[in-house]
Design a protein around this ligand. Structure first.
Ligand code: NAD
Ligand code: 1GP
Ligand code: ZN
Length: 333
């Protein structure tokens, strides 16, 4: 069964229509999950809880019975936390992104930790362009990384279908790849005036391809394995590096598209084009800009294939030498 959002608002001042949308959905008593930086956007008097004050492993379901829905209002973690609580309670989830840093704003996935898992798509997405446009530029740059990642995700998905017979949906793949190609072309050929709005639309569409495929395959391949490997190593070594999901995925895409180019003449220049599009929106394209040590980049590349059972261009893993070559040739290190 495919579940996609019933209402999607992407416009200036959309936040003021939240109560109308709740009424249309016959929802009266939502709990809002948000962050301290984004509480100021809660233009309604519903109960509020901060995502970083909720222990998702220990939270008392009975404490939430009085709510008929959950609103996730904020960045990725606020939305992920709200989506998870709604799923555990079996009640509708409304996504109100205050920035555009990843496709979690619309996806049915919760990826607070890995492996991410399938829940349900938001019943409504209310994207207020005035709020999103004013959000920290770094978050809007990171969002580009979670869109270019669709390119290598689809290449990996096709490879898995060809080499190990994995199930593959041509329609989701084309949809996902087109979303990324369109945004890359826009970014490379414009003054970026419409970038925030086009980015939001692309992230929402990307989240919907995940619902259609009932898998994150259209939007998550070897580049995400690299990002998740970095998250794993940051935790293992207790590193206080606050690189964002989209930033890590963007750098992963530069390197994984290079790996694909080595095996497919027709893809020549892909990695460079992706790097240019990230640079144009001021997203990081080097380990230095991510403030990540080059040894960590290399280690993440060599363990990425073990993060989850997902066949990609990394196949059964690459050597340290190969990892160093890729990172150097793409000038990530
Ligand atoms: N479900 C999915 O498909 C999916 C995919 C990727 C990432 N994620 C989740 O998203 C998280 C990463 O999200 P992120 O990159 O947004 O980082 P984040 O949520 O860790 O941090 C975003 C920061 O920006 C702040 N912020 C957001 N909007 C703002 C605004 N308008 N003005 C000022 N500050 C604002 C937030 O309060 C927060 O401090 C991951 O940890 C994961 O939980 C989910
Ligand atoms: O399944 P994962 O790899 O967490 O991917 C989900 C999302 O980050 C795709 O953009
Ligand atoms: Zn992602």
């Amino acid at each position: 069964m495919i579940v996609i959002p019933r209402y999607i608002l992407i416009k200036e001042n959309a936040i003021y229509q939240t109560t109308d949308i709740l009424k249309k959905l016959n929802l009266k008593n939502p709990l809002v999950i948000t962050g301290k930086n984004t509480k100021k956007y809660c233009k309604f008097d519903f109960d509020i809880q901060y995502y970083d004050e909720i222990d998702i492993d220990e939270f008392e379901v009975s404490k939430y019975y009085k709510y008929d829905s959950i609103i996730g209002l904020g960045g990725g973690r606020a939305i992920d936390t709200g989506k998870l609580i709604a799923y555990k309670l079996g009640i509708p989830f409304l996504s109100i992104p205050t920035t555009a840093s990843n496709d979690g704003i619309a996806s049915p996935i919760v990826s607070i930790r890995q492996p991410s898992f399938m829940t349900e798509a938001p019943i409504a997405i209310i994207a207020d362009i005035n709020i999103i446009k004013k959000s920290p530029k770094r978050l809007l740059s990171a969002g580009m990384g979670d869109i270019v990642s669709n390119i290598t995700a689809v290449l990996d998905w096709k490879l898995a279908h060809r080499e190990i017979g994995e199930e593959y949906s041509e329609s989701s793949a084309i949809f996902s790849k087109t979303i990324a190609k369109e945004l890359i072309d826009y970014v490379l050929n414009s003054n970026l005036e419409e970038y925030p709005k086009k980015l939001v639309k692309s992230l929402i569409a990307s989240g919907i391809t995940i619902s259609i495929a009932h898998s994150s395959r259209p939007a998550s391949g070897s580049e995400h394995l690299f990002s998740h490997a970095l998250d794993h190593l940051k935790k293992e070594y207790d590193l206080k590096i606050n690189s964002l999901h989209g930033e890590q995925c963007g750098i992963g895409t530069i390197m994984m598209s290079y790996l694909h180019e080595l095996e497919n003449e027709k893809l020549k220049g892909l990695s460079e084009k992706i790097k240019l599009s990230l640079k144009k929106v001021n997203a990081p394209t080097t380990a230095k800009e991510l403030e990540i040590d080059e040894d960590l980049i290399i280690e993440a590349l060599t363990i990425a294939h073990k993060i989850r059972n997902r066949y990609t261009i990394l196949r059964h893993g690459i050597s340290k030498e190969k990892a160093k070559e890729i990172a150097e040739k793409t000038e990530v290190i």
